[in-house]
Design a protein around this ligand. Sequence first.
Ligand SMILES: [Zn+2]
Length: 162
Amino acid sequence: MTDTSTDDEREQVSVPSEIEFPRLLDFYDLQTADQTQIHEFYDNLRAGQFTTTRCTECDAIHFPPRIVCPECTGDALEYVDLPHDGELFAFSAVRGGLPLGLREHEVPYVVGVVDLGPVQLSGRIDDAAYSDLEIGDPVSLKIVDIDGPTDDDRVFYRFEPQ
Ligand SMILES: [Zn+2]
């Protein structure tokens, strides 16, 4: 039998010490004017304003913001302010299976649908455990800065109990 256990004869393989964060696993939208036509939403959010689009033809308000009205297909849209306070319409807990882009989160965490009046939207509910919450609870907007993997200053919205 041939001895294949000596260091001289073994081939060495290696793995990278770091893996570049894949863009496809970046959970957050690219937000600049050359990356998205709804950059104004992110510009406003960065400035502390929560906005969405309203169609000046048919008055429909949409969330997320649009570049064409889904009601009348017009493209005369303007940005309007949304309330920062709303009510928890539904919620659930995320307990596992997080993609790489969400590795900063600790499970379990809560996601919910928030009723702001003009629109309902989903988002993470920070600073609350599932067992602490009830449908109808008042929640407020919370704006967070996104760190990496692009060089752009990015923001996103969440909610937190009042
Ligand atoms: Zn419209």
